[in-house]
Design a binder for this molecule. Structure first.
Ligand code: TMP
Ligand code: ASP
Length: 239
C-alpha cells in the first residue's frame, strides 16, 4: 500500500490518497480546537491515543454488526480506511445532560435520561454546524429517508456497545458525536473517530472528566486524562 498525496486536512486529521482508489490513509494530529475552531491548542500525544482508541472501538462495532470504514492500523498515527463521502450530518447521542444540551435547555449537567436522545447538526463550519431535524436534512437532500433510518439504528447500536464497554472500564458514557460515510457502492458505514475528542467520558465513581472538555473548559490535566482513558481501555482488553 503506497501513501500518495494529501487530499484533505481537517482540524484533527489529515487524509492521504493511496494507490487503491477505494482506500485512504487518515493521519491523526495532536491539534485541538474548540468553539468552532476559535480556540486552538495542542494535546501532546492525542493523535496516537485517538488513532489507537478509535481503531479498537471500531473493531468492537464491527463485531456488533455495525459496519465501519476501518481497514487496518498502519502506524501509531496512521490508519487505512475505506474511502467514503461523509454524510454532512453530525449525529449526537446523549445519555446524560451536559454541554450544549444543558446550556440550550437551561438544565444542570448530570441528569441521567430514561432513554438516550439523538440529534443532528448540519456539518458546515461556515454556518457553525446548525442543529436540524430529519425533515430539514431531507429538504436539504443531505441524506435519504432510508439512510437516515439506518444511521439512527447504527447510532443507537453504537451507544449500547460503547456504554456497556466503558461501564466495564469504570467509565460513564455521557454523550458522543458520530459521523457516517458512503462507500463507492453506496453502503453507509460508521466513519471519522470515536475518541475523547468526540465523546464525554466521566469516571463512574468520581465523575472526573476524562475527555476533551478539560481542554474546552481550560481545566488542565488534559494529557493525563487522555492517557488515563486509554489505559482503562488497554487494561480492559488485556484481561
Ligand atoms: P455538545 O454538548 O457540545 O453538543 O457535544 C455533544 C458531544 O459531541 C460531545 O461528546 C462532544 C461532541 N462534539 C464533537 O465531537 N464535535 C463538535 O464539534 C461538538 C460541538 C461536539
Ligand atoms: N471540534 C469543534 C471545533 O473545533 C469543537 C469541539 O469539539 O468542541 O470547533
Amino acid at each position: 500500500m503506497q501513501k500518495l498525496e494529501q487530499i484533505y486536512e481537517g482540524k484533527a486529521k489529515k487524509v492521504y490518497a493511496t494507490d487503491d482508489p477505494e482506500l485512504v490513509i487518515v493521519d491523526y494530529k495532536d491539534d485541538a480546537t474548540a468553539l468552532d475552531g476559535l480556540k486552538k491548542g495542542t494535546i501532546v500525544g492525542k493523535g496516537v491515543i485517538n488513532n489507537q482508541m478509535t481503531n479498537r472501538l471500531m473493531v468492537k462495532m464491527e463485531k456488533a454488526g455495525i459496519p465501519t470504514h476501518f481497514v487496518k492500523e498502519l502506524s501509531q498515527r496512521e490508519t487505512l480506511v475505506k474511502k467514503v463521502s461523509i454524510v454532512p450530518l453530525e449525529v449526537i447521542i446523549r445519555n446524560i445532560s451536559a454541554g450544549h444540551f444543558a446550556s440550550r435547555y437551561g438544565v444542570e449537567e448530570g441528569i441521567v435520561f430514561d432513554q438516550p436522545t439523538i440529534e443532528f447538526s448540519y456539518k458546515n463550519d461556515d454556518l457553525h454546524d446548525p442543529l436540524l431535524n430529519e425533515y430539514h436534512a431531507l429538504a436539504l437532500k443531505l441524506a435519504t429517508r432510508e439512510e437516515i433510518d439506518l444511521i439512527k439504528k447504527y447510532a443507537f447500536g453504537v451507544n449500547e456497545v460503547l456504554k456497556a464497554f466503558w461501564a466495564e472500564c469504570g467509565v460513564t458514557l455521557v454523550d458522543f458525536k458520530l459521523e457516517f460515510g458512503k462507500t463507492a457502492d453506496g453502503t453507509i458505514v460508521l466513519a471519522d473517530e470515536i475518541s475523547p475528542d468526540t465523546c464525554r467520558l466521566w469516571d463512574s465513581k468520581t465523575h472526573e472528566k476524562l475527555d476533551k472538555d478539560r481542554f474546552r473548559r481550560d481545566m488542565g490535566g488534559v494529557e493525563d486524562a487522555y492517557a488515563e482513558i486509554m489505559k482503562r481501555l488497554l487494561d480492559h482488553d488485556a484481561d
